[in-house]
Design a protein around this ligand. Structure first.
Ligand code: 8ID
Ligand code: ZN
Ligand code: ZN
Length: 353
């Protein structure tokens, strides 16, 4: 069942690990029986896409690879087993492109942990193309009143930080430090945290991110890690009683802040790893961790329910992803800025350019 679907399309393709990423014409794939074909209008660029390009992680990508996993668009074709998504529906292609739906983890809605999970823009082609395939069971359902450009960053960054905040166990009124607060995940984490009734300390570098955090995203304090002489002290001092934040959400792409968090989190507090810096390890002092009874945990994207909840926050106007739109063919420029840590918020690609 297909509407008007062209045979060829434009895409950003990596032939080998390390790049380059090239703008070229490729075939449009046909959806399998349980899949949909989504005409991607906009796709966010996540730092994960840069990790994939650079081969930063122990898991190899498919090659050649079309990256991207924050794609928002319109369903244009579907397989004959798909009954609950219609052609013309708006849908989001996210990191979890598909999963087996039958294993122990899928049974308990932990589909990111499925060993057979398909990963958009990593183990299967993703959203830096005009037509992208995903399993119908896993595409995000987007109400038609949601703008496709604005919602794109929610499809990875939003879902991931919303889930991470839930995993932190932080309760309304408590304080959470967002580390990497001015980046894509961080800028959404600040807003989700605020919407969830939490008080936010933003940690990142530079005046642009300071201004954005304090004036737009809802943080009440900002610690600049590039100028601070003692980040741990400054974060603790930013809490009312000086005892540190109840939770720390780590969305930075460097190892050092992962080493620091256990030092300044509040006794009984929780440190949540989300960022995935290449080759990073964490050491935490055993003595202080024990006598402070801290929890260190990690969080990985979100399941389908987290997805619909995170989207609902967006639809209700609680989240305004700070983003800039650029033509898809200019993806390399985005990677260059991202590599230098110079993106405040997110870049969203327009797949028509
Ligand atoms: O499911 C997951 N766990 C998941 C999902 C999506 C993304 C994990 N990620 C990972 C990505 O792969 C990446 O490693 O989260 C990380 C952040 O992705 P992003 O938000 O897309 O990256 P970004 O926009 O480049 O932001 C990173 C920010 O970290 C800051 C930078 O200045 C930048 O704003 N930062 C760095 I580098 N070092 C810092 C430090 N010491 C720091 N901020 C505070 N302290
Ligand atoms: Zn992502
Ligand atoms: Zn499974």
């Amino acid at each position: 069942m297909a509407g008007q679907v062209p045979k060829k399309q434009m895409a950003m393709v990596i032939e080998k690990s390390g790049g380059p990423v090239e703008y070229k014409e490729i075939d449009v794939q046909q959806p399998g029986p349980d899949e949909v074909l989504v005409n991607i209008k906009y796709s966010g660029v996540c730092h994960t896409d840069l990790h994939a390009l650079n081969g930063d992680w122990p898991l190899p990508t498919k090659l050649p690879l079309v990256g991207g996993h924050e794609g928002a668009g319109v369903v244009v074709a579907k397989g004959n087993l798909v009954t609950d998504v219609e052609i013309g529906d708006h849908a989001g292609v996210k990191w979890i492109n598909g999963s087996c739906l039958a294993c122990d983890f899928c049974q308990q809605s932990d589909e990111p942990l499925c060993s057979k999970a398909l990963l958009s823009g990593y183990t299967v082609d993703g959203t830096f193309q005009q037509y992208c395939i995903a399993k119908a069971a896993h595409v995000a359902r987007l109400h038609k009143d949601i703008p496709l450009d604005g919602v794109a960053p929610v499809l990875c960054a939003g879902i991931t930080v919303y889930k991470g905040l839930k995993e932190s166990g932080a309760k309304p009124g408590q304080t959470v430090a967002i580390v990497g607060a001015g980046g894509g995940l961080g800028s959404l984490a600040q807003q989700y945290a605020k919407a969830m009734g939490l008080r936010v300390i933003a940690i990142d570098a530079g005046e642009e991110k300071r201004k954005m955090s304090l004036e737009q995203l809802g943080a009440y304090a900002y610690v600049d890690f590039s100028t601070s002489e003692n980040v741990a002290k400054d974060v603790q001092a930013a809490t009312e009683d000086g005892l540190g934040p109840h939770a720390v959400i780590l969305v930075a792409t460097a190892e050092k802040p992962f080493q620091q968090a256990a030092e300044y989190v509040r006794p009984r507090g929780t440190v949540v790893f989300i960022g995935l810096p290449a080759g990073a390890y964490v050491r935490a002092p055993v003595f202080e961790s024990v006598v402070k009874m801290i929890t260190i945990r990690a969080s990985y994207v979100g399941n389908r329910k987290d997805t619909s909840e995170a989207l609902d926050f967006y639809r209700r106007g609680l989240i305004k992803s700070p983003y800039k739109i650029i033509g898809m063919s200019e993806l390399q420029k985005v990677y260059d800025l991202m590599h230098k840590g110079q993106i405040a918020g997110r870049y969203v690609l327009d797949t028509s350019k």
